[in-house]
Design a protein around this ligand. Structure first.
Ligand code: SF4
Length: 236
């Protein structure tokens, strides 16, 4: 790639990966011109390093940011306009989104023309988004640091897709498909084993939390522990 750039065969080098550490490593090791990276409200909830580390690093080194997956691989299909404006408000240089129909294109254009979401709109949407519902942790700070980390790891395991709540068959099939998209389950389980949390303490802590998004926190802890330890979640 470097030779091709030197010889003028390519204008620049871009980087994209399903592994977050690869971004900083890659931008450190190579003269990267552009990254292509996730940008949506689902991933923001359990991959804060995208906005806390990778975006600032790219900005500091004058590396362009192309945001992808504003609809979280289709998960946010009920809220495409809000999803687009949310992604736009993360201030990427370019926002790309797969579209299948002319209506998708006109909806996208219309929503982007309204401009990025304000902070108040983002906050409101995190409350209202039907897809996030009463299961996906918004990392609001009401839980202990350990609980929030547990839920982020659950995100690595299956993007918090499998919630054992009632869904229509198509929605369930979509969740099942998206749950293994990044294949990070083993990584999440390894980190979980290393931390060696006390399940009793996590459950005790969870009993005291009143979640502003109506998440049943003790139930979510039991499910997360089962997913990460490999136990059968049917016991929940
Ligand atoms: S209170 Fe709810 S949204 Fe906030 S950190 Fe706990 S589970 Fe997540």
């Amino acid at each position: 790639m470097l030779k091709a750039k030197e010889e003028g065969l390519i204008g620049g080098i871009g980087l994209s990966s399903h592994s977050l550490p690869m971004y900083i490593e890659g931008m450190n090791a190579l003269p990267i011109d552009l990254i292509l990276i996730w940008c949506n409200c689902l991933e923001d909830m359990y991959l804060p390093e995208i906005h806390q580390a990778i975006f600032p690093f790219a900005r500091e080194h004058h590396i362009g940011i192309t945001a992808m997956k504003p609809l979280a691989d289709g998960f946010l299909y009920r809220s495409p306009r809000q999803a687009m404006r949310y992604a736009y408000s993360n201030q990427p240089d370019v926002l790309v989104c797969g579209m299948n129909t002319e209506k998708h294109v006109s909806d996208a254009v219309e929503s982007i023309c309204k401009g990025p979401m304000t902070d108040a709109e983002r906050e409101q949407w995190l409350t209202d988004a039907p897809e996030l519902g009463s299961y996906i942790c918004r990392q609001c700070g009401e839980c202990s640091g350990s609980l929030m980390e547990l839920f982020r790891l659950e995100g690595y395991a299956d993007r918090q897709m499998i919630d054992y709540l009632e869904h229509d068959p198509a929605d369930y099939a979509l969740r099942l498909r998206l749950s293994g998209w990044f294949a990070q389950k083993e990584y999440a389980a390894a980190v979980f084993r290393e931390i060696n949390w006390s399940a009793v303490k996590l459950l005790e802590d969870s009993e005291a939390v009143s979640c502003p998004y109506n998440i049943d926190v003790p139930r979510k802890v039991r499910l997360s522990l089962a997913k990460l330890s490999g136990e059968n979640p049917d016991i929940i």
